[in-house]
Design a protein around this ligand. Structure first.
Ligand code: FAD
Length: 515
């Protein structure tokens, strides 16, 4: 098998495999799944960001964990090949790509492992690393009236893809990111070993793989914590002119006990203008709602802030009970009273809310255009400075899509995972979700992202990139800070030849056992 792999690779000089070699390779690997020639036009060479494209050697569609282990093991016996797991390819900067290497399409395993469990009275679901969160949601709610506790805003992302980063949304203030809501993983390491791991079994691999950017192993199964699914959600948006009031209220809500706050807390910045994408029209939840700018105080600046919250309830709850609970929570907040928007939607509809945005963006062609997104975690101690310079000056006209900002609590994140955070208990996620209209140069927007990061560094802000993207080991070392040594040790243990996730541009593929 290995001889055959070596010959094919030599013949093709690490380019796409000619089709007649694909079947030879498939036979030699003894796969239950299939293998396709990579090719630059194929799905494996592109991602949602649309900023990079590379030419993989081949796209593997495994039938399950054994296939994945076989591919990794065979690759480890070549001198230079690499393997990238591809979730749904929703990375921005080529993180799920393998230039001249194998891309494993995890979606082909999405049906594997759907199994509910009850352990010590708590509910869990075992799901494939290649499953989409939207399918996990639909199946868990319809079959068991249960649901995972922590989400991302958009659910056409894979379980393994978000767990390799963190997985953050408006529930994370209470339950932590998705990486804090799994108790067991099955992982194929860079040596091609299949390992089951948890906080008590192979714990270095378990914590290392969570937020590990695909560097330590390929997550083939995850055990996800579940909670009873509510039926309905009261979804609200309220508007602020002052950043200090917006952050004070958001921080107040995320630090209250369960039952004393909303079940979901997020927020966004928008431009104080009638721009249909970046301004007032981006706030109402329903086409019937009207945003009346006459209610904005004259003193307001170029940008405004919107707190977005949601409260879960059951069909059996009386509308007046929900109204009372919402009013009680809102009465302590200092928003502009007449700029309040609310809607009742089913729980599933609420969690799938970004699907509508996707459909709309697909219809107008924006979904497939480049997305030079920037995601940053910024400490509470630095967020006022960030607002003053970045939101109010550099981005005052918006970014052509949402500019999210909401607080998170460090104590809900397990410091044993590979996720890197700024200092301090309260930090903010800032997400600049740029949808680039046809025409303007993407380079300009990428340059603006760099300018923002450069400014954060120059001013000494306490921040870390989320979904980080660096080109050199030195930059990664700086990113990981005092967690670097631990990360390198884990890499040496589980992927000593640096075969996995080459698109993250961490370690150079080697034939020896030191990365
Ligand atoms: P990919 O992009 O395919 O892969 C990401 C990385 O993980 C790659 O390095 C890949 O090699 C590796 N990988 C993939 N699968 C596995 C696996 N099974 N085991 C090990 N490594 C693997 N993130 C949030 O936290 N919150 C959000 O609300 C949010 N919203 C988003 C909305 C949109 C529209 C988009 C495009 C992205 C959003 N993200 C969000 C970012 C998302 O979490 C990342 O893009 C993430 O990479 C998941 O995408 P994916 O499943 O397509 O993974």
């Amino acid at each position: 098998m290995i001889v055959c792999l070596g010959r094919i690779v030599q013949d093709t000089d690490a380019d796409s495999i000619p089709d007649d070699n694909v079947s030879t390779l498939s036979e030699s690997l003894d796969l239950q799944g299939t293998i396709e020639s990579g090719g630059i036009t194929g799905v494996a060479g592109k991602d949602f960001g649309g900023l990079y494209s590379v030419k993989p050697l081949a796209l593997i569609k495994p039938s399950g964990t054994e296939d994945i282990a076989r591919v990794v093991k065979a690759t480890s016996q070549t001198s230079h090949l690499t393997v990238a797991a591809r979730g749904n390819g929703h990375s921005i900067n080529g993180q799920a790509m393998a230039d001249g290497g194998f891309v494993i399409d995890m979606r082909s395993t999405e049906e594997n492992h759907f199994k509910p469990l009850t352990i010590d009275g708590s509910h869990y679901i075992d799901v494939s690393g290649g499953a989409l969160w939207e399918d996990v949601l639909r199946r868990c709610v319809s079959m068991f009236r249960l649901a995972p506790r922590s989400w991302t805003d958009y659910l056409s992302l894979t379980v393994g893809g978000t767990l390799s980063n963190a997985g953050v949304s408006g529930q994370a203030f209470r339950f932590g990111p998705q990486t804090s809501n799994v108790t067991e993983l099955e992982v194929v390491t860079g040596k091609g070993e299949i390992m089951v791991c948890s906080a008590t079994q192979n714990s270095e691999l378990f914590f290392g793989a969570l937020g590990g950017l695909g560097q330590l192993g390929i997550i083939t199964r995850a055990r996800v914590k579940l909670q009873p699914a509510p039926d309905m959600v009261r979804w609200l948006r309220v508007v602020y002119t002052e950043f200090e009031e917006f952050t004070r209220d958001a921080e107040f809500l995320v630090t209250q006990e369960e039952g004393e706050s909303f079940d979901y807390v997020e927020g966004f910045v928008f431009s104080n203008s009638d721009d249909p994408i970046n301004g007032w029209p981006s706030v109402p939840l329903d086409p019937d709602h009207e945003f009346n700018p006459a209610y904005i105080p004259q003193t307001a600046s170029s940008v405004l802030y919107c707190l977005e919250v949601a409260l879960h309830y059951r069909n059996s709850d009386r509308p007046s009970t929900v109204d009372t609970a919402v009013s009680r929570l809102l009465e302590r907040l200092g928003f502009i009273q007449r700029l309040k928007f609310q809607l009742n939607v089913s729980y599933v509809e609420f969690l799938l809310r970004v699907k509508q945005v996707e459909e709309h963006a697909k219809a107008n062609g924006n979904w497939d255009s480049p997305h030079p997104w920037l995601n940053i975690f910024i400490s509470k101690s630095s967020i006022v400075d960030f607002d003053r310079t970045v939101f109010r000056k550099m981005l005052k006209d918006g970014v052509g899509g949402p500019m999210l900002i909401y607080p998170l609590l460090r104590s809900k994140w397990d410091s044993r995972t590979s996720v890197v955070l700024p200092e301090g208990e309260i930090f903010y996620i800032v997400a600049l979700l740029r949808f680039v209209p046809k025409g303007p140069t993407v380079e300009k927007l990428v340059a603006q992202n760099h300018e923002i990061i450069k400014w954060c560094n120059k001013e000494g802000l306490d921040f870390k990139l989320y979904l980080p993207h660096y080109h050199s080991k030195e930059d990664w070392k700086r990113h990981f800070g005092n967690q670097w040594t631990r990360f390198v040790e884990r890499k040496t243990s589980f992927d000593p030849m640096a075969i996995l996730a080459p698109g993250q541009k961490f370690f150079k593929r080697t034939h020896t056992i030191k990365p």
